[in-house]
Design a protein around this ligand. Structure first.
Ligand SMILES: Nc1nc(O)c(N)c(N[C@@H]2O[C@H](COP(=O)(O)O)[C@@H](O)[C@H]2O)n1
Ligand SMILES: [Zn+2]
Length: 378
């Protein structure tokens, strides 16, 4: 196991049956709602769909969740159900785990990731990484709350243990479906256990355990991606990377926060822009600010890939340094694939400097001047 993957203990409970049947909503539990008692979370949840009135006898008497679901759908009369259902579910599940025996069993599932089945329900279920896993997220949130109540210092200790073990471990803390023009990506949100830094990976298709996964390691660039700045190629590169992943049918976009300005931050990057307008190139501008040419680190990128079960990638980048850094952190970069976006008059000098002074591999598009020149006034 590489150094990186050893740093994250990720086990998975993706079936709420057998020893984990108590996690399922149909597990017997006395749930009270609107003055009535129900035999399970599922019964109470379905009752909520019909405004909490007495469950029609046919629903109350069945213990088959699918049949209950079908019957309740006939009675469902809450117009706000889509907005309300998650809150309703969370409150009912919280009530279930107020039971001390069940709460102990829930805590005993730590640190496993809880995924609610991989059936066809992409909202409540995990669906092999394509789903939102809302049910699993509710259970993990209740588990974390129970741990905090039991042992308030646990998170700090866990961070210290993770830090001792790996230096900067991280944990997957969120997942959501992101529909885009290039397809529906799954966003995986990570939090660094050391300083709480947030990172996100977008996956498309099945990537866990695959070889030669198409991956874009993309550094955050607010000016290029949110403002459409023509001073760089980041915005079109991000779009081109998502299109390439969609065309391949699967892959990952690792979107690295904290990388703004090649790691010097947004305000320093704006100062660097002003210096470039005064004739410095992007390397000398950073230096004139007393900052490194490139301050980025790719350890968390490698850790996220390891957590996603990816060890061998085809890297979409013109920047050989990314490939070398990921390799140092234990990722097998089997191929570096160009991600070139045609320059415009505002980005020409910047791309030339990245080619001539930062080792970026850019195809010869004619037009690109041989020597480094100052960028045009913005
Ligand atoms: N420091 C700095 N000066 C500039 O003039 C820039 N345009 C940037 N852009 C940052 O570079 C990163 C993308 O570079 P790669 O192609 O991934 O090597 C990204 O962090 C931009 O914000 N930075
Ligand atoms: Zn940019």
């Amino acid at each position: 196991m590489s150094e990186v993957s050893a740093s994250i203990s990720a086990t998975l409970i993706d079936t709420f049956s057998g020893p984990w049947d108590f996690l399922d909503n149909s597990y017997p539990a006395r749930i009270h709602l609107d003055g009535r008692e129900y035999p399970s979370v599922e019964h109470a949840y379905q009752a909520s769909r019909i405004g909490g009135q007495a469950l029609p006898a046919r629903i109350a008497s069945t213990s088959d969740p699918d049949r209950m679901l079908r019957l309740a759908a006939e009675y469902s009369d809450r117009a706000d159900w889509e907005e309300a259902k998650v809150i309703v579910m969370r409150r009912l599940v919280e009530q279930k785990f107020d039971d001390p025996v069940l709460r102990e069993r829930l805590l005993a599932t730590e640190p496993a990731e809880l995924v609610a089945g991989n059936d066809g329900d992409p909202f409540w279920g995990g669906c092999y990484g394509q789903g939102q896993n809302s049910m699993g997220l509710i259970l993990m949130a209740i588990r974390a709350q129970a741990r905090r109540e039991l042992d308030p210092d646990a998170p700090v200790r866990a961070a210290a243990e993770a830090l001792a073990e790996s230096g900067s471990a991280l944990a997957c803390a969120a997942r959501a479906l992101i529909p885009t023009d290039h397809g529906v990506f799954t966003a995986w949100g990570y939090r660094g256990l050391l300083q709480g830094q947030e990172q996100v990976a977008l996956t498309l298709g099945s990537v866990r355990g695959r070889k030669r996964v198409l991956v874009r390691v993309h550094s955050e660039c607010l000016t290029g991606e949110a403002w459409g700045s023509l001073r760089c190629d980041c915005g079109p590169q991000l779009d081109a990377a998502m299109a390439a992943v969609a065309a391949a049918g699967s892959g990952v976009i690792l979107y690295l926060r904290g990388h703004e300005g090649r790691g010097i931050g947004l305000l320093a990057k704006l100062r660097a822009y002003a210096l470039q307008d005064a004739g410095f190139d992007t390397v000398d501008a950073n230096s004139a600010l007393g900052l490194p040419e490139d301050a980025r680190d790719y350890r968390m990128a490698a850790q996220i890939l390891a957590d996603l079960g990816i060890s061998s990638i085809r890297l979409l980048s013109n920047n050989p340094d990314k490939s070398e850094s990921l390799t140092r952190y234990g990722i097998d970069v089997v191929e570096r694939m160009p991600l070139f976006v045609a320059p415009n008059p505002h980005s020409m000098a910047y791309l030339v400097t990245k080619r001539d002074r930062m080792g970026h591999v850019l195809p010869d598009l004619g037009g690109l001047p041989a020597a480094v020149g100052a960028g045009p006034a913005a």
